[in-house]
Design a protein around this ligand. Structure first.
Ligand code: AMP
Length: 306
């Protein structure tokens, strides 16, 4: 794997409506792939795979292009773009899905352009495990595959999700999902249990409290950047995954524990920017230098010597 490798991103491209305790924004760009692909593009060239409907704003496709993305895998179909409506509770940690409209996602089966099939780093963003499998079936021995998921798939597609765990190198999920998937109530045991299912690496996200990275080499407790204001948590997990995948692609070389340590820090710093604005707002101007200086600030905040 050479430096500046591309990263392939699969996931949802959505029109979101979001309610926080103080604000409401309707009809804005969202989706796991949108967040993850833009986050990854801060570090490396991105090959996007997903589907949009005939109502999807052309200016957002243009923005993806301006982010340097290869859009050969972006399908456009007659019908409505996938849409999602979510509402946050007072502390912004709990969220309820109010509505989902699958639209063109209903019969979506991604067909990978030939040029995508040998992409070394693959991010299977949060989407139905059947689609994640379907994309993986078309890949030619990728170097490193990361899968993201959510509670919905643990509850409705557990068997397919568990089978996916035997096909990927790394799984990303949040603390409550790790407990739900393993039946453990302790995160260290949950991470170890997932590794025993055949995963080389597991990242358990703990929201504002950082992330635990499990691997054969050991454990890394990554801190989160402490924020004064969280305006909209939507897409934080996708930005984490995209920033991580992009960071691995940009670094090149083998994906070892050192690369993953750097990757999860880059991912969580991109996520920290994302939650400061509504949905993808902050990512529209975020530059690599800003990410790097917040990483440096986090290193100082987390430094200790005895
Ligand atoms: P996150 O906050 O990281 O969970 O990601 C939120 C994004 O995921 C929103 O922009 C939604 O459009 C998208 N999303 C919500 N539910 C689903 C689903 N079932 N499948 C794919 N994407 C979804």
């Amino acid at each position: 794997v050479k430096s500046s490798n591309p990263v392939l991103v699969l996931g949802s491209i959505a029109i979101d409506t979001i309610y926080t305790p103080t604000e409401e924004h309707a009809g804005i760009l969202g989706g796991s792939a949108s967040h993850a692909a833009v986050a990854a593009s801060i570090f490396a060239p991105v090959r996007l795979t997903g589907i949009i409907g005939s109502d999807f704003p052309e200016k957002e496709v243009e923005w993806f292009r301006q982010c340097g993305m290869d859009l050969a895998g972006l399908e456009k179909a007659e019908g409505r773009t996938f849409s999602w409506t979510g509402k946050y509770q007072a502390n912004m940690n709990l969220r309820e899905t109010l509505a989902v409209d699958l639209g063109v996602f209903g019969d979506y089966r991604p067909t990978l352009p030939a040029a995508y099939r040998s992409t070394p780093i693959v991010l299977l963003g949060n989407i139905a495990p059947a689609l994640q499998h379907h994309l993986l079936d078309q890949m030619e021995r990728p170097h490193f595959v990361i899968a993201d998921t959510m509670d919905l798939w643990i509850e409705t597609a557990r068997e397919e999700l568990e089978r996916l765990l035997t096909r990927v190198d790394m799984l990303i999920l949040n603390d409550s999902e790790a407990c739900l998937l393993t039946g453990e109530s302790n995160l260290v045991r949950a991470g170890q249990a997932l590794r025993k299912q055949g995963l080389r690496y597991v990242a358990v996200k703990k929201g504002e409290h950082g992330c635990l990275l499990f691997g054969q080499e050991g454990l890394f407790a990554a801190p989160a950047f402490p924020l004064e204001t969280v305006r909209d948590p939507t897409g934080a997990g996708d930005c984490f995954a995209g920033g991580l995948a992009g960071s691995l692609a940009a670094r090149g070389g083998p994906v070892d524990f050192e690369a993953l340590r750097a990757g999860v820090v880059n991912g969580s710093v991109v996520a920290s920017f994302n939650v400061e604005e509504f949905n993808l707002g902050r990512l529209r101007t975020l530059r690599r230098e800003e990410v790097d200086s917040r990483v440096a600030a986090l290193r100082e905040i987390a430094r200790f010597a005895i």
